[in-house]
Design a protein. Structure first.
Length: 317
């Protein structure tokens, strides 16, 4: 059974009762089919009603859910013949951003993204998906490699932000992120990005300055985390829910502002409840956008991508 979020407590109680009844029904001594069907219908209705009216802070919690698919899951589900590529050829390997070559629905691609890791050891290894300068320099290397062989690039974004440690700053964190964004905007091959969980600050934009940016229904995308915003504005990180509401970080807001191009629907209850369906649906959307971009000239891809981001500033708030 997956972990429940705070606002899912009524759903958790119903589903716990359903699990108990199923155990009773397993021995065949009691016919509780009608009661079980009634509770299952009630639980589905409760789930549907809850997820139909999620606020920005609740969507942030869903985007951070520990059971949402990670980069490794998407690769396993969508990419064939995947060959990981490591290192920035300058300092070190950074496991927070991973990527490599593979085939996506018969098409050779370069795929990369943030990996948060699972379990304590996995999260420490991948630094919770918060990349250091060498991670962004590796991303640049892989994008340029894709450009050399005329391969489209697919990026999957899921990070709270770039790593804010002193050592990362000493090694040029801001410069590395800026160069990654510049590389995205300069590429002469198709670049499609998906915000699959958290899209945090420059750490996200560094992989998402793309021709097409799609976003899961319950993902979030923002210049800063709600808690960070609250700490700066009000000196109280506990006011994260207030900041989330003000930042306009949801897919619904961002598609209106033309920051993202398409919202990808999630299974009822979020991608963490049905990862297989969520990943397949995202695959369909990515495939469609890659097909749309496939016939465009290199110069046109570069120009339209730059124009897309320049025009964002002209959208009224």
């Amino acid at each position: 059974m997956h972990a429940y979020l705070e606002f899912e407590k009524p759903i958790a109680e119903l589903e716990a009762k359903i699990a108990e009844l199923k155990q009773l029904a397993a021995d065949g001594s009691t016919d509780i089919t009608d009661e079980l069907e009634r509770l299952e219908a009630k639980a589905e209705q409760q789930l549907r009603q809850t997820y139909a009216k999620l606020g920005a802070w609740q969507k942030t919690q869903v985007a951070r859910h520990q059971d949402r698919p990670h980069f490794a899951d998407y690769v396993a589900a969508l990419i064939e013949d995947y060959t990981p590529l490591a290192g920035d050829r300058a300092y070190a390997e950074d496991a927070a951003i991973v990527g490599g070559l593979g085939r996506f629905r018969g098409r050779a691609v370069m795929v990369m993204g943030h990996e948060k890791g699972r379990g304590i050891d996995g999260r420490v290894k991948h630094n919770f998906g918060m990349a250091k300068p060498e991670g962004y320099r590796k991303a640049i290397r892989l994008m340029r490699l894709a450009e050399r062989f005329r391969l489209p690039v697919v990026t999957l974004v899921d990070t709270a932000g770039a790593y804010p440690g002193v050592q990362a700053e000493e090694r040029g964190q801001a410069e590395a992120i800026a160069r990654a964004i510049d590389c995205c905007l300069d590429l002469r091959v198709p670049l499609v990005s998906a915000i699959v969980g958290e899209g945090g600050s420059g750490g996200a934009v560094a992989l998402a300055a793309a021709n097409r940016v799609v976003m899961f229904e319950h993902a979030v995308y923002s210049v800063i985390s709600p808690e960070g915003c609250a700490a700066i504005l009000w000196g109280d990180g506990g006011r994260g829910p207030d900041a989330a509401a003000a930042l306009r970080i949801t897919a619904e807001d961002l598609v209106k502002l033309k920051v993202v191009d398409e919202v990808v629907k999630e299974p009822l209850g979020g991608a963490h409840r049905d990862p297989k369906t969520a990943m397949a649906d995202l695959g369909d959307v990515l495939d469609r956008h890659l097909r749309d971009l496939a016939g465009q000239e290199p110069g046109s891809l570069r120009e339209s991508r730059r124009r897309k981001f320049i025009e964002m500033g002209s959208v009224g708030l």
